[in-house]
Structure formats: structure tokens, C-alpha cells
Design a protein around this ligand. Structure first.
Ligand code: GDD
Length: 397
């Protein structure tokens, strides 16, 4: 895979945020590196990509998706990545989780891909998370809350137990297996380029593609992400005192991290999780908080790569009704940041009101946040799940 080298980077305390890099060739030849090669680019051979992928867990959050689409997603994930599927699909009147499980089993029989699958609302999580010292995901009823963010954190806790060095997310509603394959290779390419044990790779979809009339329409920007990026960049400017447009991936559902970083950032509920990760890193790792919670990250630095694939993103199009809520949750992470001053807050309120996501005078709710995973005991958690989870299925490892 050949990728543009970033020409520009913003450095804020321990954070290095690289400008957007584009994939130039899906396969760029068998020699890796930058020396003697095309200037301004880096090539990572498939051998080097596969080496990294064989130390990677891929988490797939699922909620009521078409099993055929899920099967396509599985087929796109390179063979040596470990699959962790966390589903929050309905179990009644039809048990959609069982249908998904049949799909995954069939895939397993045909490919022998190791996988672990569990339901987000399995009652065993209650004891397992309490044992782990991470009960924060449980609602008042003692069951894990609904929400994509919550499902993702469960996946991270399992990945922490499994112990592979890298962890990535892939949405389960992607129609193009080739795009999925590219995303995972991009994760590996980012980790190849990084020099720090604390690294995040975020994907910026080039186009969100819709079928309109008789042809595809390639929309360059997502509605929510464009607005979140604008405010996230204002937040960065509050630290540097220089305006910037460095952040292009505030809402990147597709992203990956080193396990070392997984332990050292905070998370949040539902669709606010992706922007909150950035807000957390800006608050924790730019030097405004003293003493720092994780001194080791300041010693080694934290690198954030943002990479644009070649494949368009064609996914399940839901009705538009959830967009204002998604926007509100997304912007609430910035609004309630300690870095946000009154002027950003006012601008966010105006933006949400103008888009019908907030009524005049209504308060923007604080996002529900979850602490870093570093202190959790995932061995105890996993033992409890193995003993009592009704929906836990493990094959191949
Ligand atoms: N486990 C679990 N639990 N998975 C969920 C849940 C949940 O409560 N809710 C949604 N998912 C899964 C879906 O099945 C899908 O695979 C993925 O999470 C994304 O959910 P969608 O509902 O399809 O979100 P979207 O496509 O509108 O938004 C995506 O893109 C945004 C950026 O534009 C998501 O990745 C967002 O997180 C992202 O911000």
C-alpha cells in the first residue's frame, strides 16, 4: 500500500496530529520504505502489512444489520486478524442475534477464522464488569446500556484480555468488502509509520456514496462530521492560539489504536465516543493538565494518523431522523470540554438550534463518559463471562 507522507503535523504537548494522508496505491509493490522510492510517499509491502495485522484484533459492533452485509464485512477483514463481534441486535420477536451467529458460524466453517461473539445485553456482563473493576457501563437495571460506544468499550475490554498489540473497529453495515479490507490495511500502514507505542489511526471516508436515480452520487462530506470537525478545530485553536483545520476525522467510526493507548484514553456513550476520544486527548495530553495522569505518554509521544482510502463508503442508509441527535451528542463532547470557552459554547448552541437539534433555552446534556481501561482486571472479567454468559461463543482460539 502506497500512502502520501504527511507534509504537515500539529504538535500539542505529547500529541502529534498528522494532516490527512491519501492512499495512492492499494498495492504499492513488494519493498517497504521511503528510501530510494518515490519522494513524498511511503510504501508498505503486503508482507509487512500482514505481519502487523496478525497482531491485531478487529471489533465489529452490530445492531440489527442485514446478515448478508455482515457476511461481506467478515469476508473483507484480512485472514490473520482476530474477530470480536459485539452485537446489540434485537432478540425478540425474532432472535436476530441467533441469525447473526448462524452467519458467523457458516463463515467460520468455510474459512476457519477464529472469532469471539457476545451480546451487549448478556446478563453476565453485570458480574463480569463488576469483577473487572469497570462497572461504569452498567445502567441502573444492572445491564450494559444500549449504545454503539458501550458496545465498542466491551469489545476493547475483550481485546485487552486477548492481548494482541493493535485493535481496530469496523462497522458491520458496509456493503463493500474491498473497502473493509482497505481500512484494515490502512490501520496496519499507520502502525508501520508510527514511532510511538501510543498510536491512533483514523479513517476519513473519501465519499459517502448514495444511489440516486440511475447512478451513484458521491458526497464528499458527511453532515455530522463536517460540523464536528469545525468545532473540534476551534477547540485546538484555543490551545495553540492559531486557527487550524488539521482535524478531519472527529466522527471516524473506523479507527484503530495500540493496546497501550486503549488503556490510556477515556470513552463515552453512543455516537459521542469518536469525538470524545479526541477531546480527551486534547485535555489530557497537550500539557494543560498538571501533573499528567500518564507521564509515559509524554515521554514517548502520542501519534494520530488520519488516512483517506480509495474505496467509497457505501453503507446502510438509515432515515435522517437520527442526524440531529447524533450532532447533539457529538458536539456535546466539545461543549462540555474544559477547553471550551463561552464563545465556542455560544457558537455550538446556535449551530444546534439552527439545525433543529436543540430548542432555544434547552440545555445541552453532558455526555456520559467512561474512564481509561488501565486499571481493569480483564482476566477476572473473562473468567466470569466464560462461566455464565449465555451468548458468548468462541471458536478457533
Ligand atoms: N454493539 C452495538 N451496539 N453496535 C451498534 C449499536 C449498539 O448499540 N448501535 C449501532 N451499532 C453498530 C451498527 O450496527 C453499525 O455497524 C455501526 O455500529 C454504526 O452504526 P450506524 O447506526 O450504522 O451509524 P452511522 O452509519 O449512521 O454512523 C457511522 O458513521 C459516523 C460518522 O459519519 C458510525 O460509525 C458513527 O459512529 C460515526 O460517527
Amino acid at each position: 500500500m502506497r500512502i502520501e507522507m504527511p507534509k504537515y503535523m500539529e504538535r500539542l504537548g505529547a500529541l502529534k496530529i498528522y494532516e490527512l494522508q491519501k492512499v495512492l496505491e492499494l498495492s504499492g509493490g513488494k519493498s517497504s520504505g521511503v528510501k530510494g522510492d518515490v519522494p513524498g510517499t511511503i510504501n508498505i509491502s503486503s508482507v509487512d502489512l500482514e505481519e502487523i495485522i496478525s497482531d491485531m484484533t478487529i471489533i465489529i459492533p452490530v445492531k440489527d444489520e442485514n446478515p448478508k452485509v455482515l457476511e461481506g464485512v467478515l469476508s473483507g477483514i484480512p485472514h490473520d486478524a482476530l474477530l470480536v463481534i459485539v452485537s446489540n441486535s434485537r432478540r425478540e420477536p425474532i432472535d436476530r442475534y441467533r441469525i447473526e451467529l448462524d452467519t458467523v458460524f457458516q463463515f467460520y466453517r468455510l474459512t476457519h477464522r477464529p472469532f469471539l461473539m457476545i451480546h451487549q445485553r448478556d446478563l453476565a456482563w453485570s458480574d463480569a464488569l463488576t469483577e473487572a473493576g469497570y462497572p461504569y457501563l452498567l445502567g441502573e437495571d444492572g445491564i450494559v446500556r444500549n449504545g454503539k460506544g458501550e458496545g465498542m468499550v466491551l469489545g476493547l475490554l475483550i481485546s485487552k484480555y486477548l492481548g494482541r498489540k493493535y485493535v481496530g473497529f469496523i462497522d458491520s453495515d458496509n456493503y463493500i468488502p474491498g473497502a473493509v479490507n482497505e481500512y484494515v490495511n490502512i490501520y496496519a500502514a499507520g502502525f508501520y509509520m508510527s514511532k510511538s507505542p501510543y498510536t491512533m489511526v483514523r479513517i476519513k471516508w473519501p465519499y459517502k456514496t448514495k444511489f440516486v436515480g440511475k447512478r451513484f452520487y458521491f458526497r464528499r462530506r458527511g453532515r455530522v462530521s463536517e460540523i464536528t470537525n469545525k468545532f473540534m478545530n476551534l477547540l485546538v485553536a484555543r490551545i495553540t492560539k492559531f486557527e487550524t483545520d488539521i482535524i478531519k476525522t472527529s466522527n471516524a467510526g473506523e479507527h484503530a489504536m495500540t493496546l497501550e493507548l486503549v488503556d490510556r484514553i477515556g470513552y463515552s456513550s453512543g455516537f459521542s465516543i469518536e469525538p470524545y476520544q479526541i477531546v480527551y486527548m486534547l485535555e489530557e495530553y497537550t500539557g494543560i493538565k498538571t501533573p499528567p495522569q500518564f507521564r509515559e505518554v509524554y515521554e514517548k509521544g502520542l501519534e494520530i494518523y488520519q488516512i483517506e482510502p480509495r474505496n467509497p463508503h457505501i453503507h446502510e442508509e438509515r432515515d435522517e431522523s437520527h442526524i440531529p441527535e447524533m450532532m447533539k451528542h457529538s458536539l456535546s463532547t466539545i461543549y462540555h470540554s474544559v477547553l471550551a470557552d463561552e464563545s465556542i459554547k455560544t457558537l455550538i448552541e446556535r449551530e444546534l438550534i439552527s439545525r433543529g437539534a436543540l430548542k432555544p433555552g434547552e440545555k445541552i446534556p453532558r455526555p456520559k463518559t467512561y474512564p481509561p481501561l488501565i486499571k481493569t482486571s480483564t482476566n477476572k472479567m473473562f473468567k466470569t463471562l466464560e462461566e455464565s454468559a449465555e451468548t458468548l461463543i468462541i471458536r478457533g482460539f
